[in-house]
Design a protein around this ligand. Sequence first.
Ligand code: ADP
Ligand code: MG
Length: 140
Amino acid sequence: MALERTFSIIKPDATERNLTGAINAKFEEAGLRIVAQKRIHMTQAQAGKFYDVHAERPFYGELCEFMSRSPVVVQVLEGENAVAKNREVMGATNPAEADAGTVRKEFAQSIGENSVHGSDSAENAAIEIAYFFAGIELVG
Ligand code: ADP
Ligand code: MG
């Protein structure tokens, strides 16, 4: 398996509780390398465009409000099988169902305020990375 990149967000519930470093440590312990990272504060419209795929879901409004409530840390993680590896480190969407040791089991507060986003495919990772980062910011 070749090196792969995935897109990650440390969400408002986690930045509010000063958990950026603790979550990054989990990524690095799992062999994921943070090759790009910045802290931004999204508008509701920017969050809405990012989560466009969920526009018809009942929680969409709540999700966009939450994601623009406080700053987030957007990042590109690189490693062998990075998309699947990151989903493993994150744990299930609902923290009540997440495995022990995962980010969401340890830090998430609810199914909505679940501390991290991670791309679900290499194709979506490329789209999501391009939404937040310019090519010149990706130095490997
Ligand atoms: P994941 O982030 O694990 O890929 P989804 O893509 O299904 O999960 O959902 C995107 C995000 O929407 C979740 O991470 C969570 O913040 C929010 N969300 C998902 N399901 C619910 C729900 N039932 N109620 C409130 N928020 C939800
Ligand atoms: Mg998803």
